[in-house]
Design a protein around this ligand. Structure first.
Ligand SMILES: [Mg+2]
Length: 223
């Protein structure tokens, strides 16, 4: 089902990698948002899990695609619960996807720059960086909270490009989010790959409008 399109590595100088669902298993975030948070909300308000889940999932939809959606403290005040503490309850589920670390090492050895570019809240980011070895392979880590726009919003990309001094023509973005890839493509990021299997606890997503990979082996290794 997935026909892998080889990357033109000689044309790529900079690699931008998303974190959740791309380098790390989205299973953690999925369990947190769909089970941990509704469960805690149910206990707080004396609701059934199903009733609490309806309320919580509806409130997620209000903010989708905005920076507020990714803001843990926004959700703490919106839902009246300490989201930072709740995240710690499922932190044991934080995991690097297979084949990511050898890829990071090979890209570094090839002399290319690697930047982690994420919508994750700085607290979630720190939680993940202390529990995984990915940080050691990165040149820099940028959150959309510092940039002021979410990655799926058009102004994010010129702001990021200016900040990192990127050449969009020689930049690769790997991300699991189609709206993020679409915003990057509209700005002119030339090399795009969509991760089709962000969550090990769910089946892979169908192939969409972007060249795709199932795991990092499909990116090949730069020479
Ligand atoms: Mg992602």
């Amino acid at each position: 089902m997935n026909s892998v399109e080889p990357l033109s590595w000689p044309e790529i100088r900079t690699v931008l990698l998303d974190m959740d669902g791309t380098m790390l298993d989205l299973h953690f975030d999925d369990v947190f948002f769909r089970q941990t948070v509704p469960g805690a909300y149910a206990r707080k308000h004396g609701l059934t899990f199903e009733a609490a889940r309806d309320v919580v999932l509806e409130s997620y939809q209000e903010q989708q695609g905005t920076l507020a959606w990714y803001d843990l403290d926004h959700w703490s005040s919106r839902l009246g619960m300490d989201m930072r503490r709740l995240k710690e309850e499922v932190a044991h589920l934080i995991r690097v996807h297979p084949h990511v670390l050898p890829f990071l090492q090979a890209v570094r050895e090839s002399g290319r720059a690697i930047h982690l570019v994420t919508n994750a809240h700085p607290y979630s980011l720190d939680m993940k960086l202390v529990r995984t070895p990915i940080g050691a392979c990165l040149d820099s880590v940028i959150t959309s909270h510092e940039v002021g726009w979410a990655k799926e919003q058009a102004p994010f990309w010129p702001a990021l490009t200016a900040r990192l001094g990127l050449d969009p023509r020689t930049t690769l973005l790997v991300d699991d989010s189609a709206p993020v890839l679409a915003a990057a493509r509209a700005f002119g990021i030339a090399h795009l790959r969509q991760v089709l299997h962000p969550n090990s606890g769910a089946p892979p997503n169908p192939v969409g409008q972007f060249p795709s990979i199932v795991d990092f082996r499909d990116l090949g290794l730069p020479s």
